[in-house]
Write a protein that binds this ligand. Structure first.
Ligand code: DAK
Length: 257
């Protein structure tokens, strides 16, 4: 498929999507949003891919929604464009998605990063929700996800008062898995994704789903969700192979079934 606002490539079993509107700090216009989710869904359906990485460039992961595109929009137009539904598409992805973040991750850019399953950040990464400075609030999950990830007070400060987190703060407060020098963040994210992509595919899928259940529900319901994902794995060939390989002291040969 050919895209105009993103680049896609595969590296081993990793599908890489690069946001590519550098002239606008990778601000999301409608086309880029659609292309991003189309590309991720294509990788999600590809058996040769085990994990995805989303990245921007060194200066900007993404500076949020394209303010110039939506400045004159009415409420009705915003609703008709189905923006909320578009953002929901990332929640439907079954395979892990890693964000490789350098520079600005603002507004929808920060919301994209925290919609991913892991974040590898460069030392220059900066996370923020500046919507309040342009008279709106986050619309792609920022208020909810940041409150769950960081707790009420820091989330409140970011959303209400445009507090930006440095990469070091993101790591300290649990908003990044790791922070690495800016020359290495993408390689590091791809290497991590590759490691995950080489694991038993069905187990990875069930594990992702179970962890995500923790953000949706009570402990009791979450534990039920975990059990629902645990037992079916004993119906997979990979469970037999994984345990046999352990006993035979050899590397497992996953089949993805
Ligand atoms: N939109 C459009 N253009 C942008 C942009 C943005 N968000 N961010 C940067 N640009 C453009 C700049 O206008 C400039 O264009 P030219 O003037 O060269 O034509 C170019 O990118 C370079 O930017 P700067 O000259 O400003 O570069 P600096 O290094 O000085 O500053 C910056 C970089 C990222 C700190 C700054 O550009 C900035 O503050 N940008 C705006 C950040 C922001 O406010 N982001 C939040 C946007 S609102 C929804 C879901 C989500 C959303 C909405 C709805 N639904 C589900 C309904 C999300 C909303 C948002 O994200």
């Amino acid at each position: 498929m050919s895209y105009t606002t993103i680049l896609t490539e595969t590296r081993g079993r990793v599908g890489l999507v690069t946001l590519n509107r550098p002239q606008a700090m990778n601000a999301f216009n409608q086309t880029m949003l659609t292309e991003l989710f189309d590309a991720l869904e294509t990788f999600d359906h590809d058996e040769n891919i085990g994990a995805m990485v989303v990245t921007g460039n060194e200066k900007a992961f993404a500076a949020g929604a394209d303010i110039k595109e939506m400045a004159e929009a009415s409420t009705v137009e915003m609703i008709r464009q189905g923006r909320v539904e578009k953002w929901d598409r990332i929640r439907g992805l079954k395979k892990p998605v890693l964000a490789a973040v350098s520079g600005w991750a603002l507004g929808g850019g920060c919301e994209l990063a925290i919609s991913c399953d892991m974040i590898v950040a460069s030392e220059t990464a900066k996370f923020g929700q500046p919507e309040i400075t342009i008279g709106v609030i986050p619309g792609a999950g920022g208020t909810q996800r940041l409150a769950r990830l960081l707790g009420k007070y820091l989330a409140m400060e970011m959303v209400i008062n445009n507090r930006t987190l440095s990469a070091a703060e993101a790591l300290q407060f649990g908003l990044a898995n790791r922070v690495v020098p800016k020359e290495k963040y993408l390689d590091e994210a791809i290497a991590l994704a590759q490691e995950i992509a080489e694991r038993a595919p069905m187990a990875v899928r069930m594990a992702k789903d179970a962890v995500n259940a923790a953000f949706e529900t009570t402990l009791t319901e979450g534990l039920k969700a975990e059990k629902r994902n645990f037992y079916p794995l004993f119906a997979t060939e990979d469970q037999k192979e994984g345990m046999k390989a352990f006993i035979e002291k050899r590397k497992a040969n996953w089949k993805g079934k």
